[in-house]
Design a protein around this ligand. Structure first.
Ligand SMILES: [Zn+2]
Ligand SMILES: [Zn+2]
Length: 329
């Protein structure tokens, strides 16, 4: 019976039904007019969409377990880990850095715009470093390992990636004076959109979303981000607003003539959870171990993925340069 109870709590937890159930049980429907209540009501949106995506795939006979395997086992693994370790970096960073904020902002619409622009910048930094620093790539690569795109990828993250992202994003926002309640609202919007952009072809075939593709980052842009085609690699680091990708020259639209190939560039055991979760860490450990000098060992940890002590680099910049050289008429 205890197993059934645990299972019930896991399902309610996964679907984030807890908040809604509480509102219904306490008859407190007025709560739905508050920010907290809206959050509770919208929380089940992505898990429910994921189930719809699965059902559609099943009916159109396109459901393949391999496409969901890595995310499924990552979710289970992270649930088990979180029973032992839970690292709440957001609260810690707010407490530590609020006294050093350059100024204090308030909960108003114009500070909301300011906060969102700062948040996207902080997100860009965390995400860019996740691709360009080998150690951080070890934390982020699990999210890129899947060779297809669907909503389950939202849940595919190495367990230390969340704390790493939170430290960078929260610290930057708090130091830049973003008001903490405003930060939580931004995090909620960003989290919901950040999950939605993983919507798969089974639900939305062309994810450019019409004119929206010109003004924000759409699921199509995030599909491009998950691609291993040289043209698409290391682009679209932002989540909702594309300003920082525009500023840093990393914005890339999905091209009709360049079909997306999902996944990472190294050969992987297709759909293998252990390879997706620990593969990059093992490869980094091997490179550090075999590096001839102490300096090379350190460089392996902090240089971009693909860096080699011999000088024969296979980094994204090298791969892209070679690709563009072949494209010239
Ligand atoms: Zn990424
Ligand atoms: Zn993603």
């Amino acid at each position: 019976m205890e197993i059934l109870e645990t299972l019930y709590h896991e399902i309610v937890g996964f679907f984030s039904f807890g908040g809604l159930i509480e509102i219904i049980q306490t008859d407190n429907y007025k709560a739905l007019l508050t920010q907290d209540g809206i959050g509770k009501a919208l929380a089940p949106l992505i898990p429910v969409l994921l189930v719809i995506e699965l059902i559609r795939a099943f009916f159109f006979q396109r459901l393949s377990f391999t496409q969901y395997k890595i995310a499924f086992f990552t979710y289970i693994f992270n649930r088990v880990v979180s029973r032992f370790i839970s690292i709440g970096m957001v609260g810690i960073c707010i407490g530590l850095f609020e006294p050093y904020a350059i100024f204090k902002s308030e909960f108003t619409w114009y500070w909301f715009i300011y906060g969102y622009v700062v948040w996207e910048f902080a997100h860009f930094i965390y995400h860019y470093l996740g691709h360009k620093v080998r150690l951080f790539w070890c934390l982020h690569s699990t999210h890129h390992a899947s060779e297809s795109m669907n909503l389950s990828i939202t849940y595919a993250h190495f367990f230390l990636e969340g704390p790493y992202a939170d430290i960078i994003r929260t610290t930057i926002c708090i130091l830049m004076g973003v008001n903490p309640p405003l930060l939580f609202l931004i995090m909620f919007i960003d989290g919901t959109w950040g999950a939605f952009i993983h919507i798969g072809e089974n639900l939305v075939k062309d994810a450019r979303l019409g004119f929206l593709n010109k003004i924000i980052l759409t699921p199509s842009h995030h599909r491009v981000h998950h691609a291993r085609n040289p043209l698409y690699m290391d682009t679209n680091f932002c989540n909702l607003l594309n300003i920082w990708d525009k500023v840093f020259g990393t914005l890339q639209d999905e091209k009709h003539e360049e079909e997306i190939e999902y996944g990472i560039t190294r050969p992987m055991k297709s759909g293998d959870f252990w390879d997706a979760y620990f593969g990059e860490i093992i490869l980094l450990a091997k490179d550090v171990y075999h590096a001839p000098t102490m300096k090379d060992k350190v460089l392996y940890i902090f240089m971009p993925p693909g860096w080699h002590h011999s000088g024969d680099h296979k980094t994204t910049s090298v791969v892209k340069k070679e690709y563009f050289a072949t494209q010239k008429p």
